[in-house]
Ligand binder design. Structure first.
Ligand code: CAA
Length: 293
């Protein structure tokens, strides 16, 4: 879609689909940037949990003196939770942040295309690894579909990967970059539409290598993590980081990378598969490579 000169196409109304670890973080940074934010969830229990997650993180900012009490109320006043994607009709930008599962994301994009009435709306995905082209083709407006990939914890980490598909329009790309850089204050890097983009194509083989090292009895979890924290000055070791990302998400990203490149370094090791089968998903479930209870 082309825009007339001088037309106001700035983003002020945002929709976020999903309020898990990433969705809640994305909603928080949008709220703190002064935007009007609607967040959708699959049911009211999940919506309540999402609101609680966002509120807890904002309360943490208040208790650390990073936000004033009255600003807290104004920020939370701009948040609306819903279980109806129909409430996204007037959104300028929708950011999808549901589980890393291709069909689920495709279904979300097909629905958004039907319900969002703004002709110039941007449809973004926070996917870590699923090709943006597949999401674009679920809509009638692939030129308005783009990847805006955040990093966890979203309020802390400065990076956003911007991923354009073969059909993403220049105007969509320009507005998405303007939004991420100038509205949210993130540092933007650009990647081609290849599974894993830049960061996960590098990060996931490293995390899988650490899991293989543990699985083979080569070294203990603490020693592997201490090796990278104390020897390479990483803020956390690979096993603790996999726990933070979520082992289900780590597995899903590895599977997307493996499906795309068919290279053994992306193949999820059996220990990771069994831990996900067991519901040991890392920090969010209370136990992964470490115990968080
Ligand atoms: N929300 C908001 N702020 C948070 C936070 C959260 N969830 N977690 C930590 N912080 C803030 C703290 O308030 C603190 O702020 P101040 O310094 O202003 O007080 C600061 O971050 C440091 O936190 P802590 O002192 O509690 O702990 P730390 O120094 O050990 O840092 C960490 C914690 C920020 C998580 C740090 O260990 C880190 O950056 N780890 C690496 C995380 C990483 O690599 N993430 C990328 C994962 S990959 C991804 O997300 C994308 C994907 O597709 C899989």
């Amino acid at each position: 879609m082309e825009f007339a000169k001088g037309e106001d196409v700035s983003v002020s109304k945002v929709g976020v689909v999903g309020s898990g670890l990433m969705g809640a973080g994305i909603a928080e940074v949008c709220l703190r940037a002064g935007l009007d934010v609607v967040v959708s969830e699959v049911n009211s229990t999940a919506a309540d949990a999402g609101r609680a997650r966002i509120t807890k993180s904002i309360d943490r900012a208040v208790s650390k003196g990073k936000m004033a009490e009255d600003e807290r109320d104004a920020v939370l006043g701009r948040l609306r939770m819903t279980t109806d994607l129909g409430e996204f009709a007037d959104r300028d930008l929708v950011i999808e942040a549901v589980a890393e599962h291709e069909q689920t994301k495709v279904d979300v994009f097909a629905t958004l295309d039907k319900v969002v009435t703004r002709p110039d709306a941007i449809f973004a995905s926070n996917t870590s690894s699923i090709p943006i082209m597949k999401l674009g083709m679920a809509t009638q407006r692939p030129e308005q579909v783009i990847g805006i990939h955040f990093f966890n914890p979203v309020p802390v980490l400065k990076l956003v990967e911007l991923v354009t598909s073969l059909l993403t329009g220049e105007e969509t790309s320009r507005r998405a970059e303007e939004f991420a850089a100038n509205v949210l204050g993130k540092q933007v890097i650009r990647s081609q539409d290849r599974a894993g983009f830049i960061v996960n194509a590098l990060l996931i083989p490293y995390l899988l290598s650490a899991i293989r090292m543990l699985e083979s009895g080569f070294a203990s979890a603490d020693d592997i993590d201490n090796g990278m924290v104390l020897g390479c000055a990483h803020p956390m070791g690979p096993l603790r980081l996999a726990d933070l990302i979520g082992l289900d998400t780590t597995k899903a990203i590895a599977e997307s990378l493996y499906a795309e490149f068919k290279e053994a370094l992306y193949s999820p090791p059996p220990l990771l598969l069994r831990m996900v089968d067991a519901g040991l998903l890392g920090k969010k479930s209370g136990r992964g490579f470490y115990d968080y209870s």
